[in-house]
Unconditional design. Structure first.
Length: 280
């Protein structure tokens, strides 16, 4: 009986073991990875910090010198954009006054550049349309002396200010851009609805162009090397200093000590004269 019992126990089946779980890859995100504390941004390189400081100085210079936007020389930066945003809202008297300020030679120069730029814009639109139909069609090169259109600029902010869109090819709501639809020419800016909107977009274009250092007639050294224009940097340093400070009562410690000593002296002072106690 003992031998049969031993044989029975020796052949009894083993309890089922759970299957081993596959090893978790280090690259696979954990369920709580989305709730991990956000990491701070990496520190800026010295070159990047210097670039930001220079651009902030240029912005501060424009804040202190708003007459920069009134210069008529800026029209040569993009005559078509100026014509679409500013000139179309001017009255005949305003155009005549502006022409007298420019001078006859400058008026002829601007008109020539505007006409050549408009012709190049029309040629580019017709060429792109023909290339979409035939891949073997030769491309026409724009005259190198003409200013580059702001609507096709590499900077997204300049495209936004010039085209009246978000600079990414749509109107900011996900709809395709209708830039140039009213004029029938692809690439022309969307016409502003008011004189104020046109002037605001033109000033934003000039501001961004100035900050990027594209005004070739301006000497940037007097601005880029001026420490007095570091207003934004000093403000950020002050904010960081106040954030690091612990909140405390705004009181004078010396005054508190004097008040405390005066109170203790008054308590120690003995009453003299009438005590208010009747003796009868």
């Amino acid at each position: 009986m003992a031998e049969s019992r031993d044989a029975t126990t020796s052949v009894s089946p083993m309890p089922p073991q759970p299957l081993p779980s596959p090893p978790r890859s280090s690259s696979s995100p954990s369920p709580t990875s989305t709730y991990v504390k956000p990491q701070p941004r990496p520190p800026k390189s010295p070159a990047h910090s210097a670039q930001i400081r220079v651009q902030n100085r240029r912005r501060e210079y424009l804040e202190r010198n708003p007459k920069y936007f009134d210069s008529l020389e800026h029209e040569l930066a993009d005559p078509l954009l100026y014509d679409a945003l500013v000139r179309r809202f001017q009255s005949s008297e305003e155009r005549e006054k502006e022409g007298r300020t420019k001078g006859y030679s400058r008026v002829l120069e601007v008109d020539l550049i505007r006409g050549e730029a408009k012709l190049a814009q029309l040629t580019s639109a017709s060429t792109s349309e023909s290339q979409s139909q035939s891949q073997d069609a030769p491309s026409s090169a724009t005259a190198p002396w003409l200013p580059r259109s702001a609507t096709t600029d590499a900077d997204a902010f300049i495209r936004e200010y010039a085209s009246g869109t978000d600079g990414l090819g749509d109107d900011g709501n996900g709809n395709p851009s209708t830039s140039g639809a009213s004029s029938g020419v692809k690439g022309l800016p969307r016409k502003p609805e008011s004189k104020e909107e046109g002037r605001e977009r033109w000033d934003d274009f000039l501001r961004r162009r100035f900050v990027l250092g594209r005004d070739e007639d301006f000497d940037y050294r007097g601005v880029d090397e001026n420490d007095d224009l570091d207003v934004m940097e000093r403000r950020e340093q002050e904010d960081a200093w106040f954030d690091d400070e612990d909140p405390d009562w705004a009181s004078d410690s010396a005054g508190d000590q004097a008040n405390q000593a005066s109170n203790e002296k008054q308590r120690e002072k003995k009453l003299e004269g009438e005590t208010g106690i009747q003796d009868f």
